[in-house]
Write a protein of this length. Structure first.
Ligand code: UDP
Ligand code: MG
Length: 163
């Protein structure tokens, strides 16, 4: 599988913020080596929620999902790293915590799919789209200079950047 330097949008959902799980969840991504390049606590508006979950309009769980995500503040983050889109979703586990592998975030912290503590983009295109919903370009930072360029230069198996 190609190894590509990517960015993804992660949200710590209102249930997890309310339960005080923010630090534990952020810490998992940091320990993996993913770099936080954008982060804010915000209460999603209806507009945020509708844009974010546009792909799910009309599904039976859509209204609940919109109510749930607008219920309180979330931590919106952009994280960066090698294959971060796929790997961060693996770290989260399957949508339904009942099916999630032990040790994943959703297994460890959640019980039902309606309240599953985290969101992660599922493709380069979704990541780009979702990042733009929650962040202005000037709200994203380079915590360390030339991180992507360093990886690509030093490790031949890491290919191009997705952003
Ligand atoms: N969801 C739900 N019921 C379902 C499927 C999804 O409540 O049957 C919620 C769940 O919180 C999920 C979100 O809708 O995280 C978005 O669904 P998606 O299929 O995109 O799952 P994800 O990408 O978050 O794993
Ligand atoms: Mg999804």
């Amino acid at each position: 599988m190609a190894e590509r330097f990517e960015r993804t949008f992660v949200a710590i959902k209102p249930d997890a913020v309310n339960r005080g799980l923010v630090g534990d969840i952020i810490s998992r991504f940091e320990k993996r080596g993913f770099k936080i390049i954008g982060m804010k606590l915000l209460h999603p508006t209806l507009e945020h929620a509708q844009k974010h979950y546009a792909e799910h309009v009309g599904k039976p769980f859509y209204n609940n999902l919109i109510n749930f995500i607008t219920e309180g503040p979330i931590v919106a983050m952009v994280i960066e790293g090698v294959n971060v889109i796929d790997i961060s979703r693996k770290m989260m586990g399957t949508t339904d915590p009942q099916q999630a592998a032990p040790g994943t975030i959703r297994f460890d912290y959640a019980q039902v799919k309606e309240s599953n503590v985290v969101h992660g983009s599922d493709s380069v295109e979704s990541a780009e789209r979702e990042i733009a919903i929650y962040f202005k370009p000037e709200e994203l930072f380079e915590a360390r200079e030339n991180d992507a360029d360093y990886f690509i230069k030093m490790f031949g198996h890491v290919e191009e950047k997705s952003f």
